[in-house]
Design a protein around this ligand. Structure first.
Ligand SMILES: CC/C=C(/N=C/c1c(COP(=O)(O)O)cnc(C)c1O)C(=O)O
Length: 389
């Protein structure tokens, strides 16, 4: 369960049986034709996949370089990529006979995705969400409640994603017998990062297929934002062996990476350490205590990162660059005004980075942005920032 030196399974003894049975179930199911057929059916008939891949004509012209393509995962059911992982793990939980599902959420998209599949499959759903995120992603709290989930505001720590994960893990240790912890990103102890990557890789496989159909080539670069890293690893993984395809992750530089506690650029400014069950890069002080973080986007506001990204950085296979709040807002505006798409603030970090890269790469090259989610959830925050609320 390692990615180079990274990853591993640093868990309390009480969870070892649950992890063993989850890993066994995954090893069996990941090649099981019937399970894979069921996943395909959900992707097509419930999620609305394959999500479109199309040229961003005006954004390309504006950037003045490589052709920019958009992988429209924002059009997936519930409005983000999170649904792919939620369905896969919920179907596994059903097979494991676990009637109770818990989840953590930051942007609320994973919470909504989990509540959605629990309604569909008849599973109880409890979502832990930092009190700060309950406020800034209020629309998604309403949606979770409407879908029948119980949202538990978390008042610990800085009351954002890391704190929600801690509470979910605390619940799981107590209720592991009848409960599956449906983790929302490619983080945590083995096999969570591998399981989440597997379920999210549908995006990268579709990108590869669609680029072949539309341009008869591989993309020269794939760009995705990186919070815990699930939409990025899902877009990147199918290209791992295609060395000519460059992989870029956009981290959150918040108010700037020069100042501690003002960013979440774990790969750019972090150091190796163990966080929430995995050895990865994290923003920590000498004692190993994680530092506070800031990002305009709740879904990137996390001091760690998935261990597979730590490995991709260390091995040089992927490049991670930090994008500030203001740059993300710029990317947000460009996508709205040039392509008629209101993206999530998380996704906006990748949009800004892709425009910079397109300039550098020049005409004749092709770059794909993994449009991880839509921006409905962010409209109240955007309205306040633009002074139109
Ligand atoms: C699981 C915690 C992260 C959440 N969202 C993260 C997120 C992200 C970043 O998460 P990753 O793909 O896992 O890095 C990107 N785009 C959108 C639209 C997101 O909502 C959530 O709770 O919805």
């Amino acid at each position: 369960g390692r990615f180079g030196d990274f990853g591993g399974q640093y868990i309390p003894e009480t969870l070892s049986v649950a992890f063993e049975e989850f890993e066994e179930s995954f090893e069996k199911l990941k090649n099981d034709p019937e399970f894979l057929a069921e996943l395909d059916e959900y992707r097509r008939d419930f999620v609305g996949g394959p999500t479109p891949l199309h040229k961003a004509e005006r954004l390309t012209e504006f950037a003045g370089g490589a052709t920019i393509w958009l992988k429209r995962e924002d059009l997936a059911h519930t409005g983000a990529h999170k649904i792919n992982n939620a369905i896969g793990q919920a179907l596994m939980a059903k097979r494991l006979g676990k009637p109770r599902i818990i989840a953590e959420t930051g942007a609320g998209q994973h919470g909504v995705a989990t509540a959605t599949v629990c309604a569909k499959l008849g599973l109880e759903c409890i979502v832990y969400m930092g009190a700060v995120d309950c406020e800034r992603q209020k629309l998604n709290v309403f949606r979770m409640n409407t879908l029948g989930a119980k949202v538990v505001p978390v008042e610990e720590g800085q009351r954002t994603l890391k704190d929600a994960i801690n509470e979910a893990m605390r619940d799981w240790v107590t209720n592991v017998r009848n409960t599956h912890y449906l983790i929302g990103s490619a983080v945590g102890p083995h096999p969570f990062p591998a399981v989440v990557r597997e379920f999210q890789s549908v995006m990268g496989r579709e990108i590869k297929q669609q680029m072949k159909e539309k341009a008869n080539k591989l993309p020269d670069a794939v760009v995705a934002c990186v919070g815990g890293g699930s939409n990025a690893i899902g877009a990147f993984a199918p290209f791992a062996d295609d060395k000519e395809v460059k992989l870029y992750g956009a981290e959150a530089a918040g108010r700037g990476i020069e100042v501690d506690e003002e960013h979440c650029a774990s790969l750019t400014k972090g150091t190796p350490g163990v966080l929430q069950g995995a050895l990865t890069y994290l923003i920590q002080e000498k004692s190993g205590q994680t530092l506070k973080t800031h990002s305009i986007s709740a879904g990137l506001d996390y001091p760690g990162v998935g261990p597979e990204h730590a490995y991709l950085k260390a091995s040089g296979r992927a490049t991670y660059l930090a994008v500030t709040d203001d740059e993300a807002l710029q990317g947000f505006k460009w996508m709205c005004e040039l392509e008629g798409i209101i993206p999530a603030l998380e996704t906006s970090h990748a949009i800004y980075l892709a425009v910079q890269l397109a300039k550098e790469m020049g005409p004749g090259k092709d770059i794909v942005i993994n449009m991880s989610g839509r921006g409905d959830k962010d409209m109240p925050q955007i309205a306040r920032i633009m002074g139109v609320d």
